[in-house]
Design a protein around this ligand. Structure first.
Ligand code: SF4
Length: 299
């Protein structure tokens, strides 16, 4: 029983069953990593371009088969969403993107496509392709909003402003391309009010979904150096779970909650160590939601 509209609930409503997610590395790079905008990337970006759970190095077909096997054993699922997770998955020539996406959709067990990307990697011709695919499959794109505060966006070195993102989201809405926004709680210089302003923005944005996680630091990120130099405070588990409970209370009922905690690579995690125990964080959020009785239980 969950007191928010979870991704599992969305799948159950839409397909009548659980759907597995296949985390893929499509072999892309990112303008914020390849030197086009910068080589440093967003300060929290890992060596694998935030795709730490992909089987990079294998062909896309082999990645799919390997991940399906694991998911089938673990969850007994027979439907999947292919999630292009690592780096920026619309950063390439449109004919190559078309080939990759259609190749994946050829698989009859794949019912949807999730594409992680950046607002500045969505040219008109790529938007045309996404619009076309949206009519064929359950497609959404995932964009790292992280915060609406421009100072924060500068600090994390994303490479484009919130204002730019806002304009791009209007276009996505107009074209009826579903989008999901990532939000990070605990970014340096942000207080509770800033974080909840981001949630309010998301409510107004027309987003299909949200992923929330706490700021975590891996030893292969620029953030790690900043953490050592700037000595900023990391949220405690109690603070983080309180914030998520507040955010879920504010969130529109029709926004699908894809994630309420982050999970980096445990071997590289520096802080906060509590974030490594994902189940405990989720359990604590659910416990607090029950106490404050935020929204009704969903079947
Ligand atoms: S946009 Fe994604 S892949 Fe690119 S630097 Fe930022 S987190 Fe890394």
């Amino acid at each position: 029983m969950e007191r928010y509209y979870s991704l599992n609930q969305y799948f159950k409503n839409k397909y009548g069953e659980k759907v597995g997610k296949l985390s893929l590395d499509g072999g892309f790079s990112c303008p914020n990593r390849d030197g086009t905008l910068s080589t440093a990337g967003c300060i929290f970006c890992s060596e694998k371009g935030s795709g730490d759970f992909t089987n990079s190095g294998l062909s896309i077909r082999d990645q799919i088969e390997r991940q399906k096997k694991v998911a089938k054993n673990k969850w007994k699922v027979s439907k999947f969403v292919a999630y292009f997770q690592a780096f920026t998955n619309t950063y390439g020539p449109v004919d190559i993107l078309r080939k990759i996406y259609y190749q994946v959709l050829d698989d009859p067990e794949i019912v949807g496509l999730a594409i992680a990307t950046r607002a500045d990697c969505l040219s008109d011709e790529i938007l045309d392709l996404l619009e076309e695919l949206s009519k064929l499959t359950d497609l959404w794109i995932e964009i790292g909003m992280q915060s609406v505060k421009e100072e924060t966006i500068d600090y994390i070195n994303r490479g484009y402003s919130h204002k730019y993102l806002d304009q791009k989201l209007k276009i996505l809405r107009k074209r009826k391309i579903k989008f999901l926004l990532h939000v990070i709680f605990g970014l340096p210089g942000e207080d509770e009010k800033d974080m909840l302003v981001s949630i309010n923005y998301l409510n107004e944005s027309g987003a299909f979904g949200i992923k929330i996680h706490s700021l975590y630091i891996q030893n292969d990120s620029v953030l790690y150096k900043k953490y050592l130099e700037d000595d900023f405070t990391i949220l405690t588990k109690d603070q983080y779970t309180d914030l998520v409970v507040q955010a879920l209370g504010l969130l529109n009922d029709d926004i699908v909650v894809h994630r309420i905690t982050g999970d980096g690579d445990k071997n590289k995690l520096v802080a906060p160590l509590w974030s490594a125990d994902k189940l405990s964080v989720i359990g604590e959020i659910n416990r607090k939601l029950k106490i404050v009785n935020t929204k009704k239980e969903r079947e």
